[in-house]
Ligand binder design. Structure first.
Ligand SMILES: Nc1ncnc2c1ncn2[C@@H]1O[C@H](COP(=O)(O)OP(=O)(O)OP(=O)(O)O)[C@@H](O)[C@H]1O
Ligand SMILES: [Mg+2]
Length: 268
């Protein structure tokens, strides 16, 4: 990555990751991107999961080209692969990941590609990682300024977050010394259950202030919202309020986003 990334408000990239599947990463990327955009923050979403769930949320033709697989394989530039502020993914990313494994600088590929996105075109980049801590997630962490770790409010939440933290530290110690934790998000939480309360308590005990005050409540409305392709912010504003608070907290942790944070507060 070029040194131009030191200006706080240009291209701050956030990798959203978890060791486990189904912790609400994609929903978080989708809804945060939605919230930031409504607050006037230009936001690029990057689908880095061969499942392509994030891409499914956006209204693009299913065979849209080029995708992130083409970018990682060197067949297209990142700028060419942006469609409606999204770099999409599909199953061809699985093949691209295998190819990448045999290459020099394989962990740096996404970082180099995103560095080519013209300065000033986006203030934030949100990267949706696959449910593993493999090469794609490492690419996201090497390309990112911040990492947002999601945890499902379940019994093994703490272990999963600790494993994600180890990979973040690895990326920081080897290839991306500027990488910082943005925060730990407790997702799919039902505070009426002992499990959710214990998961939050153990995360707080271990990671303190780094755990976001906002926990995203669990609701079947998220599945409905995905099915109908309607943002939770519109489908169930009462629940979407969780994401508005989370977005405000996230922006408060980033330098240069004070105005944006105020605009997010005004969305509620
Ligand atoms: N707060 C929530 N409450 C209930 N269900 C949710 C919530 N957030 C997301 N979901 C649902 O949980 C499922 C998993 O969410 P999502 O796809 O965002 O997780 P993920 O971490 O990206 O999964 P994967 O690891 O497979 O990529 C989806 O069906 C989604 O609609
Ligand atoms: Mg996902």
């Amino acid at each position: 990555m070029s040194e131009s990334r030191t200006t706080a408000t240009t291209k701050t990239a956030i990798a959203v990751l978890s060791q486990k599947g189904g912790t609400g990463k994609t929903t978080a990327v989708r809804t945060l991107a939605d919230t930031f955009r409504r607050a006037g923050v230009s936001t690029l979403a990057v689908d880095l999961d061969p499942q392509g769930n994030l891409s499914d949320y956006f209204d693009l033709p299913p065979d849209v080209q080029p995708t992130i697989a083409d970018v990682l394989s060197g067949r297209a530039s990142a700028a060419e692969a942006i469609h409606d502020d999204l770099i999409p993914a599909n199953l061809s990313l699985a093949e691209a990941e295998l190819m990448l494994g045999g290459k020099m600088g394989r962990e740096m590929t996404l970082r180099r590609a995103l560095a080519q996105v013209p300065e000033g075109s986006y203030e934030l980049i949100l990267i949706d990682c696959p449910p593993s801590l493999g090469l794609l997630t490492v690419n996201a962490l090497v390309a990112a300024d911040r990492a947002l770790v999601t945890a499902e409010a379940q019994y093994f939440a703490l272990q999963g977050v600790e494993q994600a933290m180890e990979v973040i530290e690895l990326a920081r110690d080897s290839l991306n010394p500027n990488l910082q934790l943005l925060g730990v998000l407790l997702n799919l939480a039902d505070m009426r259950t002992v499990h959710s309360r214990e998961a939050l308590a153990s995360l707080r005990e271990r990671f303190g202030e780094q755990v976001f005050d906002t926990a995203i409540r669990s609701s079947i409305a998220y599945a409905e919202s995905a099915e109908r392709a309607v943002s939770i912010l519109d489908h169930r504003p009462d629940l979407g309020a969780d994401y508005l608070t989370l977005a405000g907290e996230a922006l408060a942790r980033l330098p240069g986003f004070e105005d944006a944070r105020r605009r997010v507060a005004g969305l509620g």
